[in-house]
Design a protein around this ligand. Structure first.
Ligand code: KIV
Length: 263
């Protein structure tokens, strides 16, 4: 059965965890769909995993739209989320034009990085029929502002800002929020405070859902493996079995464990 935003909302309300993953092509997307992940993200991580760049900043809207079309062809049931790349939503009009490109390529939801400054953008997109996923914490498009891929929200003021940003995105109409590389306790506090589902990556086990870059779930990471990554293929006989294992560990609240989370 096709996964909808309301289905994810119901899972949150029932306290049931869900697994999501990135994909960039029809073949992997089809395997992940068969493993019954709840959502597949065409992440701008494709700039690193597919294109071999050192950041996501070079990725264009045309490239995300192309990969979204590919993923869409492999998916029957999973919710499809596509990333708005760097500087494609720096004003409301650009956000609308570029979100339309992703929706027309087959996305069900678009994701954008940032907090309260995006309230008008999120309101306008949702009013125009575009479901929006927020992304807070370590937002890779701001790597140059952060001075590297560092854990965010460890200091009280920064944690409070992320918390307030999450509430602001929800009130603006966002339907879910990705929380990347923040302390488990902060992700837990945000998840409890929000009506909409949170999806964590390096944010501990208390978020409603988890997401992994597919390469990190299959032991294919280029360069340094992140602390939160787990190679599910190492214990499995196929990619399908590996992603089924990932899903079952997320649903049973086994993955991520404390060693795969930040304090
Ligand atoms: O681009 C991406 O793959 C992402 C995930 C890390 C959440 O945004």
């Amino acid at each position: 059965m096709a996964i909808t935003i309301s289905k994810l909302q119901n899972l949150k309300e029932q306290g049931k965890k869900f697994a999501t993953i990135t994909a960039y092509d029809a073949s992997f997307a089809n395997i992940f769909d068969k493993a019954e992940v709840a959502a597949i993200l065409i992440g701008d991580s494709l700039g690193m995993t597919i294109q071999g760049n050192s950041s996501t900043l070079q990725v264009t809207i045309e490239e995300v739209a192309y990969h979204t079309k590919c993923v869409n062809k492999g998916v029957e049931n999973a919710l499809i989320i596509a990333d708005l790349p760097f500087m494609t939503y720096s004003n409301v009009q650009d956000a609308c034009i570029n979100a339309a490109k992703l929706m027309q390529a087959g996305a069900n939801v678009v994701k954008l990085e940032g907090g309260s400054f995006l309230v008008d953008t999120v309101k306008t997109l949702t009013r125009n029929g575009v479901a929006v996923c927020g992304h807070l914490g370590l937002t890779p498009q701001s790597v140059n502002i952060f001075g590297g891929y560092k854990i965010q929200g460890r200091e009280e003021e920064a944690a409070q800002q992320i918390f307030e940003d999450a509430i602001a995105l929800q009130e603006a109409g966002a339907c879910m929020i990705v929380l990347e590389c923040i302390p488990r306790s902060l992700a837990s506090k945000i998840t409890k405070a929000l009506r909409i589902p949170t999806i964590g990556i390096g944010a501990g086990k208390d978020t409603d859902g988890q997401i992994l870059v597919m390469h990190d779930a299959l032991g294919l990471t280029l360069g340094k493996t992140p602390k939160f990554a787990k190679n599910f293929l190492a214990q499995s006989s196929s990619v399908l079995e590996a992603i089924k294992l990932y899903k079952s560990e997320v649903e049973a609240n086994i993955y991520p464990d404390d060693s795969q989370s930040f304090d």
